[in-house]
Design a protein around this ligand. Structure first.
Ligand SMILES: [Fe+2]
Length: 294
């Protein structure tokens, strides 16, 4: 099983970083990290300085999808593949490398205008990770932060880039009738995590205008998901999917809405991809639960 790449970090554009700060620390249970002069804040899930970075903005959406290569050699090879595909790749300056707490990184755009950074050698923090609300922590390591689900206009075009250029592999796909028309999704892996990225083709009549549909982080215990669900209820968050289980990655999870208007998923117990993985297609995205509580 290739484990050369991970969804290593996410940068989030936020119109209200103060609201986000309370949400990230108290509701999700991340550990606060560095705070920068412009109001940008780091959040930790493990030994890395930066797993989530929330920056002040005029918009609420994902700012950067951060892919982190396992070695500088993997980084160089992947960078060359992106350039060979005719995509403009920009080197980061010292300021940006320090901001992301990565030894090196480059920037490019994926289909749909999604900002992607490819990095290597994340700076490790001396202070150990600790979360009072999620004491057993999150599943990260070579599996990265979790997953991000992007809305795309053209699923084939987006799949071509993420699979054929960036080297992700297809885990499975799904389709679902929604009030706005049929929604189709492709779930992609780049390590043992069932999907680090998912691409959802926006239904024709959808009014959803953000690039990010949701991000997922995975707790190490089932109780942490239940307690996280209680905290989401206590914070009066919108709950578009209550506790339930997905049929494909077998994740036990719930979804609630972040201060940015897109959702987060807190899960536990996902199965992992191995050498004998078999690609499937699902006509549903929940085996049970995941009811819209509004
Ligand atoms: Fe998800």
């Amino acid at each position: 099983m290739k484990e050369d790449l991970q969804l290593g970090y996410l940068v989030i554009d936020a119109t209200d970083v103060g609201h986000w700060d309370t949400f990230m620390r108290e509701t999700i249970g991340f550990m606060p990290g560095a705070v920068y002069e412009d109001g940008t804040r780091n959040y930790r899930m493990d030994s890395w300085h930066t797993r989530f970075q929330v920056q002040p903005s005029e918009r609420d959406d994902v700012a950067v999808i951060g892919l982190v290569a396992r070695t500088p050699e993997v980084f160089d090879a992947l960078r060359a593949r992106v350039e060979a595909a005719g995509v403009e790749v920009r080197a980061a300056d010292q300021t940006l490398r320090e901001r992301r707490t990565m030894k090196d990184l480059v920037q490019f755009e994926a289909p749909g205008g999604v900002h992607v950074e490819l990095a290597h050698s994340p700076i490790q923090c001396k202070q150990p990770f600790h979360s009072a609300t999620v004491p057993d922590g999150f599943l990260t390591g070579l599996q990265g932060i979790g997953h991000a689900v992007l809305m795309v206009e053209d699923l084939q075009e987006a799949k071509h880039f993420w699979l054929d250029v960036l080297g992700f592999e297809l885990s499975d796909g799904s389709y679902e009738e929604t009030p706005n028309g049929e929604s189709r999704a492709a779930f992609l892996h780049c390590n043992r995590r069932h999907h680090s990225m998912a691409l959802v083709q926006r239904p024709p009549r959808s009014t959803y205008s953000k690039q990010l549909l949701h991000f997922m982080v995975q707790a190490n215990t089932m109780d942490a998901v239940g307690m996280g669900f209680d905290r989401a209820l206590d914070a009066n968050l919108r709950i578009p999917r209550s506790l339930g289980r997905h049929p494909n990655d077998r994740m036990f999870s719930f979804y609630a809405t972040t201060p940015g208007g897109f959702d987060y998923e807190l899960g536990w117990g996902a199965l992992e991809v191995d050498e004998n993985w078999e690609v499937a297609e699902y006509d549903h995205i929940s085996a049970w639960g995941h009811r819209n509580l509004g």
